[in-house]
Design a protein around this ligand. Structure first.
Ligand code: SF4
Length: 548
């Protein structure tokens, strides 16, 4: 591995700010900030200064930069509309409270951990908790004074917020049913745990060009096509179960589907190969322009063949084994409903609306699971929740109890396949509201489209983003909605959405078409979705999916 402070390649030419080519001088304010002080160093200042002296004592460079290395963003000040009525400076948007992201690698929680996560929300976050599409939990209304206590309580049960945000290796996605699914190729959990143990909080990887998103799963259930690096379960004809490696996927602006390296990696080598790939990103990633800094741009320029060659020759010192591609699921795998485990027991996947739960709900889930003898719960990349290890005799009572908590094991297709990002309620980048709008939309569609539901083999997915970023993966939804200000029929500037149609993962992997002019106001949204789903339902052939 190449140490970050001693690049071996010093050839200098105008480039993209790649360390490996000798560009060590910071080329923009973000790079300067990271060079001035490692983001991981901010924890000591929070614990010894800011938590005691309060919000006003926080250095702005820490507040808007390094706090992210521990999952902290200032949340949006209530009542600020995103610049429609005034020109805003960044500090105009800052509330004195924080969003705090708890990383939950692989989405794996014991019921004890879940209870602590829920209780902390009740005590310190005004009972807020959102399940994100990266299997994290996000709190809101966090005071800086309470952050050390939150860390202490989380770390006492093996959880953390370290590198939950920032230019770092973020949470590693994993199959929610790792180790128990009857159709799993291989359990990736040991590799996820090893990466977390060896590399999270390691200063070798705490100054990356941008964020780095990873996924490791024995099933195609972690949106592997749109992660920076993914290891997807596959059986090699000679070597048996292992992982197929994908690099360079990502959404936001310039979305790209990841490329296969054509390499098969056994479970125990995944952490080293992961370290090699993230090292390439650190050393060769583009640091000059932040909007071109994700690894997808490097992979796109190099191609998979050169990327693999550099990985093998400069970082691993050996050749990887060629391997086959994994099976592609015809329909999205979301683990909702009641399913049999390998051991004969069951897992129960339930759907809140667009990931919104509360601390009280999470405590309720922990209690409900423990009452029927389960000690394990998982979060999913679809903003859902799964209780594992349920005896057959307890399934019905658990389903009923979770239903009372607002978590449906047999949800309508609209609740099942709707996702939403944080939106303008708390996110400073947002242009429009999303979570409440998703809840309204789901309720409306359940009522309006009850007659159509049974004609759809798979749910039509609807994803809502509050801005051009893609925290709810709009480009790979059947109906993707990108928040923006639009003009209504009376010429007013109102909240609305640019529509992307026909995106998908798996067999339908590709990005939805963004049709210029296809915009809807927020008020028109239920009418629009109803219209488009009715038309699809009326015209589709048997087995035809929306994205086809
Ligand atoms: Fe915020 Fe935009 Fe991400 Fe939504 S998509 S959470 S509005 S940055």
């Amino acid at each position: 591995m190449v140490p970050p402070t001693a690049p071996t390649r010093t050839k200098r030419r105008r480039g993209e700010g790649q360390w490996a080519l000798g560009h060590r001088e910071p080329l923009n304010p973000n790079e300067r900030s990271k060079k001035d002080d490692d983001g991981l160093n901010v924890r000591a200042r929070i614990e010894t200064i800011y938590a005691h002296a309060g919000f006003d004592s926080i250095d702005p460079a820490d507040l808007r930069g390094r706090f992210r290395w521990f999952g902290l963003y200032t949340q949006r000040r209530p009542g600020i509309d995103g610049g429609r009525t005034a020109v805003l400076e960044p500090e105009d948007l800052d509330d004195r409270y924080f969003m705090l992201r708890v990383r939950i690698d692989g989405g794996q929680l014991t019921t004890e951990q879940l209870r602590v996560v829920g209780e902390l929300s009740q005590n310190y976050a005004r009972d807020t908790a959102d399940i994100t599409d990266r299997q994290n939990i996000q709190y809101h209304w966090i005071r800086i004074e309470d952050v050390p206590t939150l860390w202490e309580r989380l770390e006492a049960v093996g959880l953390s917020t370290t590198e939950a945000c920032g230019d770092t290796p973020r949470v590693v996605l994993g199959s929610p049913v790792a180790g128990i699914a009857a159709d799993e190729v291989i359990d990736g959990t040991p590799a996820i745990n090893e990466i977390k143990r060896r590399f999270i909080g390691d200063k070798a990887f705490s100054n990356l060009p941008r964020k780095f998103k990873s996924a490791i799963s024995g099933l195609p259930d972690v949106a592997h096509e749109v992660n920076d690096v993914s290891f997807v379960g596959v059986v090699h004809p000679e070597h048996g179960p292992g992982f197929d490696v994908w690099v360079g996927g990502g959404l936001s602006t310039n979305p790209m589907i990841a490329k296969r390296l054509g390499a098969w990696v056994p479970l125990d080598e995944v952490p080293d190969v992961w370290a090699g790939i993230i090292s390439i990103f650190r050393d060769y990633g583009y640091r000059r322009l932040r909007h071109r800094a994700r690894i997808k741009f490097l992979v796109n320029d190099w191609g998979a063949e050169r990327f693999r060659e550099v990985l093998e020759t400069e970082y691993l010192g050996r050749r990887l084994i060629d391997g086959p591609a994994p099976d592609v699921p015809a329909v999205p795998v979301d683990h909702i409903g009641v399913h049999k485990q390998q051991d004969g027991r069951y897992y129960v996947g339930v759907a809140p609306v667009a990931g919104r739960v509360s601390g009280s709900t999470l405590v309720g889930v922990a209690k409900a699971a423990e009452r029927i003898g389960s000690r394990r719960v998982r979060l999913t990349p679809q903003q859902k929740l799964v209780v594992l290890d349920v005896e057959e005799s307890e399934v019905d009572s658990l389903v009923a109890e979770l239903d009372k908590l607002g978590l449906a094991a047999h949800p309508s297709p609209w609740r099942r396949a709707t996702m939403a990002c944080t939106g303008i309620e708390f996110c400073k980048l947002a242009i429009v509201e999303t979570k409440a709008r998703a809840a309204t939309l789901v309720a409306e569609l359940e009522e309006r489209l009850a007659d159509v539901q049974s004609t759809l083999d798979t749910p039509v997915s609807v994803h809502l983003n509050g801005c051009p970023n893609s925290c709810a993966r709009i480009q790979v939804a059947d109906i993707g909605l990108k928040g923006q200000i639009v003009t209504d029929t009376e010429g007013r500037q109102v909240e609305g959405f640019q529509v992307h149609l026909g995106g998908g993962l798996g067999l339908d992997a590709g990005f939805g078409r963004k049709l210029r002019g296809l915009k809807v106001t927020a008020d028109e949204l239920p009418d629009y979705v109803e219209r488009i789903v009715r038309r699809f339902s009326a015209q589709r052939n048997d087995g035809e999916r929306f994205a086809q």
